[in-house]
Design a protein. Structure first.
Length: 342
């Protein structure tokens, strides 16, 4: 039979063992939670818009970036309906949102198919000529193709021959962006000599991260010294910038090849908490318009502006007009808050 002293010692031992077990369980939980956090680590957010260059069962390439997909990746059409990843194909235009991984790939949170008919993007670039070929030149890494329809002008707008162009000259190029990333030039104009490190581009924003935008294959770094302007020269914030909108970016080339943006003029209005879509009106009813395949209901409170920023009546909207629609989604319904003719 146990003495009182032995019983006391036994109880103290059992109490210590219980505490040890609790601490062990807590330590296991901490380790498990840490491993879980590591398994789902998410890098800086990246957003891209471009054509699919290559695709397989678990990844795709957009703008030269390798995009990985897994069971958590949402794949949607432009009306936010779920579609299978296997329905995507090379040549499709998509918007990608995801986290940059330590190996440089992007793990996609969401892939949205943009299946509207794509018109050639009109772009501009002002920089020095790197090299010249028979009917093409390279301007700050971008290939520019000239054909019989290309106007080649001197710095006083006089017509000159393509053969008059020389490496190192500063030129302003306007033209249509091709599928291979080159520009089919409608105009090449000589400019007065400028800084070899300066660059000016007007094109759609094709990528966004937390501190930069991508235009025409160039990364433009945005910081507190960058002058950000929206429509009609209104000040905007970095958060107002969106994929697919036109932006005029002026800056200086850095030693790593990126651009430090001194000024960005983007075709946006300051955010009012809604979403935006830009495109051509494909249909119109008594109280709605369609942009592509998306239907937007127009209310009495919907603000409608013409290209000059003046108020206009709903009746003046026409099929074929290029518009920007700011909207809010309510269930499966899209209500237009503001419509701007572009």
């Amino acid at each position: 039979m146990e003495t009182k002293q032995e019983q006391k010692l036994k109880k103290e031992m059992e109490s210590k063992m219980r505490k040890t077990n609790v601490l062990g369980v807590m330590a296991s939980l901490v380790v498990a939670l840490s491993l879980t956090s590591l398994s789902f680590a998410h890098g800086p957010e990246d957003r891209l818009k471009g054509q699919i260059d290559a695709i397989d069962a678990s990844s795709l390439s957009v703008l030269g970036e390798l995009i990985l997909v897994n069971g958590m990746t949402k794949v949607e059409d432009q009306n936010e309906n779920h579609i299978p990843f296997s329905s995507l194909k090379v040549g499709d235009t998509v918007k990608v949102e995801g986290g940059r991984q330590s190996d440089g790939t992007i793990l996609a949170d969401k892939i949205e198919l943009d299946d509207e008919e794509q018109e050639p993007q009109e772009v501009e670039i002002r920089a020095t000529i790197d090299s010249i070929g028979a009917n093409l030149l390279v301007v700050r890494g971008t290939t520019v193709v000239a054909d019989t329809g290309t106007a080649v002008l001197g710095n006083e707008n006089e017509t000159i021959g393509f053969a008059s162009l020389m490496v190192g000259q500063l030129v302003q190029v306007e033209g249509a962006l091709q599928g291979d990333g080159s520009i089919l030039a409608s105009k090449i104009k000589l400019e007065d000599s400028g800084d070899d490190d300066s660059l000016r581009i007007r094109a759609e924003i094709e990528r966004l991260d937390d501190s930069s935008i991508g235009v025409l294959g160039h990364r433009a770094l945005i910081d507190s010294s960058t002058d950000l302007r929206g429509r009609r020269n209104r000040p905007i914030s970095f958060a107002d910038l969106k994929l697919g909108v036109y932006a005029s970016v002026e800056g200086e080339i850095q030693s790593d090849g990126s651009m430090h943006a001194l000024r960005v003029e983007a075709d946006v209005t300051p955010s009012k908490g809604g979403q935006e879509l830009k495109g051509r009106i494909s249909a119109k009813g008594s109280n709605y318009i369609k942009v592509g395949s998306r239907k937007f209901f127009v209310r009495a409170t919907t603000k409608i502006e013409d290209a000059a920023g003046e108020l206009m009546a709903f009746s003046r909207l026409r099929v074929g007009m290029n518009v920007r629609v700011e909207y809010r989604k309510s269930g499966s319904t899209f209500n237009a808050k503001e419509i701007n003719v572009l």
